[in-house]
Design a binder for this molecule. Structure first.
Ligand code: SF4
Length: 286
């Protein structure tokens, strides 16, 4: 069978499509990456849409579509977590995968618990890593379970792989042991945490102090969600605290079309502006 795989809007190589590709090829199919324009040339088309704000292209009626931007219920079977991805689909030179799925927190702005359910370990790195010098971990809550975190970090340290914790780590779980492991691993990108609401200020302050103790201060940044039940005072407070502790904030607007949220995010995220202008001056016109 001739299979067409369509990546509608991914910003990174689409793991689900790479796993589908590996699985389909193993069954003897011819698998190609294609675009909606050529979808009619295939016996079957699979498409993935990650973002709900991106446009849905015209696809054949029998196309099988999935992804968080299309449907929160359609997902690949759990056994796919142990399939080695077909990295050739994107000519991808680094490894990508999940070692755990789900999350036990129930943040109301987040689709992870609905899509993936409770936290569980699903694989170790050897299911999707085979000698690449870099690895991108897509776990939504990698450090929720200390034993699992220790096992995965020890694999990364032993293999000397540069890692990107792409979905961030949860500051509420960070302790001395986890911070020590983080200080031993080779980093591909900055480690990021999230400070989404004022309620977890205690965890943010404690976590930053632990990170500093382990020499990680310059290697971390914090995402700051704004616009989901937060006031402008809350937003500014969190930014001020992080700045005061010497940590880089990066603002994530909940509503990308809201004028204030866009402007606040631009102020913080444009580092030259952030360092030279106060919000009371920059945000005056909002
Ligand atoms: S902790 Fe993170 S992954 Fe879990 S529900 Fe909250 S935002 Fe989502």
């Amino acid at each position: 069978m001739k299979i067409g795989l369509i990546d509608i809007d991914s910003k990174i190589p689409n793991l689900a499509l790479m796993k589908l590709s590996a699985n389909m090829k193993k069954q003897g199919n011819r698998v190609e990456s294609t675009s909606p324009l050529f979808a009619e040339n295939y016996d079957r088309v699979y498409a993935s849409k990650i973002f709900d704000f991106s446009e849905m292209p015209n696809l054949p009626d029998n196309a099988i579509i999935g992804g968080s931007g299309y449907d929160l219920k359609t997902s690949l079977p759990p056994s796919f977590d142990r399939i080695y991805p077909d990295y050739d689909l994107y000519n991808c030179k680094y490894a990508i995968g999940f070692t755990s799925r789900g999350c036990d927190k129930k943040c109301p702005w987040c689709v992870v618990p609905q899509m993936e359910g409770k936290w569980c370990a699903v694989a170790d790195i050897y299911k999707f890593w085979n000698g690449q010098d870099r690895i991108m971990l897509l776990d939504n809550s990698l450090n929720a379970d200390s034993d699992h975190f220790e096992r995965i970090l020890n694999q990364l340290i032993k293999e000397r792989i540069k890692v990107d914790f792409n979905q961030g780590l949860d500051i509420r779980y960070l302790d001395d042991k986890q911070a020590h492991l983080l200080s031993q691993v080779k980093l591909w990108k900055q480690i990021h945490f999230a400070w989404d609401t004022r309620e977890i200020e205690w965890a943010v302050r404690r976590g930053i102090s632990t990170l500093i103790t382990h020499g990680l201060k310059g290697k971390v940044m914090f995402y700051v969600l704004i616009g989901f039940n937060s006031t402008q005072e809350d937003d500014l407070y969190r930014i001020d605290v992080l700045q005061g502790l010497g940590i880089d904030p990066f603002v994530m607007p909940y509503d990308k079309f809201d004028k204030y949220q866009r402007k606040f995010a631009r102020w913080v995220n444009h580092k030259a502006i952030f360092k030279s202008v106060k919000w009371k001056d920059y945000g005056r016109s909002v």
